[in-house]
Design a binder for this molecule. Structure first.
Ligand code: ZN
Length: 311
């Protein structure tokens, strides 16, 4: 992790605000309510710092309005450091570590981490199902099960059932992963609906891929039930390495997560995968992409402590 902790954006309110504004509005402030650029900064002692007035809709706003940081009492430099710590960490950062490193309560650290994960996730409003793959592209589809052994964070009871996570990975490309209610042919067909049919599909020999396989330009299935894991270029090892990262984070760093938040952890791991160093993305750029992703997510929270996902 390469974070320069002496950077004022991690200590000073004004520096942190300027940083957040620069990432969110590279071309100057845009009204968080109506999208107008016709805005005036309100200066002076009678105004809260960072307050901006919209001359179009006449409403005030700051850089945190309309983001996962809205209405939070956590100081801005701690948010900025939280984004950088989480974006830079390969293993994931536990709420307990954030609590100690940021000097905020454990509860605040938990909310901060959950909201940053939300910022890292795909926006259901704008994730229009952009397609993956194309001619010559190799797409691995695979599923894993998380839970069963893990304990529920709140009451220490084991999560009663294992929760399936499906991943689609384009070799040398991007990845999408979803916590699904169960794995069956219908679910898999729905997940694969966003994959270009001209792609070459790689899966295991599970029957759920039996009908959907022939709809692709090519389909190779490795025979996991007969201990076959690689046959030429046919394998789902890239998806398996992603699942190993998810499980290491869930069991190793967090020890316990509640099943209803599993998608958050999957989102965090997928975000880091899609913004990895190998693709030329450094820690600071990754943190700024997460900050940028904080926009437009706030509405998904009905209540501060009850994150919900649309759809
Ligand atoms: Zn406005």
């Amino acid at each position: 992790m390469s974070i320069n902790l002496t950077n004022p954006i991690f200590h000073n309110d004004d520096a942190a605000r300027a940083h957040l504004e620069g990432v969110r509005w590279p071309d100057g402030p845009v009204c968080a309510h109506c999208g107008s650029k016709h805005v005036t900064r309100l200066a002076g002692k009678s105004h809260r710092k960072g307050l901006i007035h919209c001359n179009n809709c006449e409403q005030p706003f700051t850089v945190t309005v309309g983001t996962v940081m809205e209405r939070s009492k956590i100081p801005l430099p701690k948010w900025v450091l939280g984004f950088h710590l989480m974006a830079a960490s390969k293993k994931g950062v536990s709420s307990h570590q954030l609590h100690r490193m940021l000097g905020i309560t454990y509860k605040s650290a938990w909310f901060l981490a959950m909201r940053i994960r939300e910022a890292m996730g795909l926006d259901p409003e704008t994730d229009d199902g952009s397609t993956m793959g194309g001619p010559g592209s190799k797409i691995e589809a695979d599923e894993t099960y998380v839970g069963g052994k893990a304990r529920n964070a709140k009451n220490g009871k084991p999560i009663p059932k294992k929760h399936p996570v499906v991943a689609l990975v384009e070799r040398d490309g991007s990845l999408k992963a979803r916590h699904v209610p169960n794995v069956d042919a219908n679910n898999i067909r729905e997940v694969l609906a966003k994959v270009d049919r001209r792609s070459h599909l790689m899966s295991d020999d599970s029957l759920i891929y039996y009908h959907v396989g022939p709809t692709f330009a090519d389909h190779d299935a490795v025979n996991h039930s007969k201990d076959e894991y690689v046959r030429g270029e046919a394998h789902v090892n890239t998806a398996e390495s992603f699942f190993a990262i998810v499980k290491r984070q869930v069991y190793g760093t967090h020890h316990a997560i509640s099943a209803k938040h599993l998608q958050r952890y999957v989102d965090e791991a997928a975000f880091k995968w899609n913004n990895r160093v190998k693709l030329g993305i450094d820690d600071a750029t990754r943190a700024n992409k997460a900050i940028k992703g904080a926009e437009g997510k706030r509405l998904l929270y009905r209540q501060p402590d009850k994150p919900v996902r649309a759809g």
